[in-house]
Design a protein around this ligand. Structure first.
Ligand SMILES: [Zn+2]
Length: 197
């Protein structure tokens, strides 16, 4: 199921208010009891995002989502993985009441000197992966576009997915100060959608 919503460009502000450029207070290493840490801060932010962008995030009304910090995000193809949305199934479903788990990588976000704005943007991205199929079953929504900058430069937005991306880039708000600079200097992969956690 795909849904297109015309989101108007918004001023660069946090869903919970405050300074978007302020550094995010990331959990310290010693708080992790193993690899994961229950993220009440992300849970609260997710609730606010649901209220603010209800149309984008409708499947969240149906399914429970657990929010975690992961101590080490790991890498994929040499790029830091910043977060992930996992569909809970199989053995994991026996132990976990939530249907989805979203985690963000504390180590990479610390390395990126992540702002509150960056953390909110990544959380929103992961929340968009939560989906519901025609039978009401939980599904992971794949990314809407993938591609190379070079192909766009040479051939333009020649597929539906790329046209969707192109439209979004055209409507993208341009901010005076680029809040994602630190993250852009890293070679990052927002996430990967393989079934393992
Ligand atoms: Zn993603």
């Amino acid at each position: 199921m795909t849904m297109t919503t015309e989101a108007p460009p918004r001023p660069r502000q946090l869903v919970n208010g405050g300074d978007p450029d302020a550094p995010y207070f990331l959990p310290l290493d010693e708080l992790f009891n193993g690899a994961y840490f229950a993220a009440s801060d992300l849970d609260g932010m997710a609730t606010a995002l649901l209220e603010a962008y209800e149309l984008d995030l409708q499947p969240h009304r149906t399914f429970d989502v657990a929010y975690l910090w992961k101590q080490k995000g790991g890498t994929r193809d040499g790029k830091a993985v910043l977060g992930k949305c996992v569909l809970v199934r199989g053995l994991l479903a026996h132990f976990c009441p939530a249907r989805f788990i979203i985690w963000l990588a504390a180590d990479h976000l610390r390395d990126a000197k992540a702002s509150r704005y960056l953390v909110e943007a990544i959380l929103y991205h992961e929340m968009l992966h939560v989906g519901e199929d025609e039978d009401g079953e939980p599904v992971l929504i794949p990314h809407e576009f993938t591609g190379f900058a070079a192909e766009l430069r040479r051939y333009g937005a020649y597929t539906h997915d790329l046209r969707v991306a192109h439209q979004a880039f055209e409507q993208m708000p341009l901010f005076e100060l680029d809040p994602l600079t630190a993250a852009r200097e890293l070679r990052v992969e927002l996430d990967n959608l393989t079934p393992d956690a």
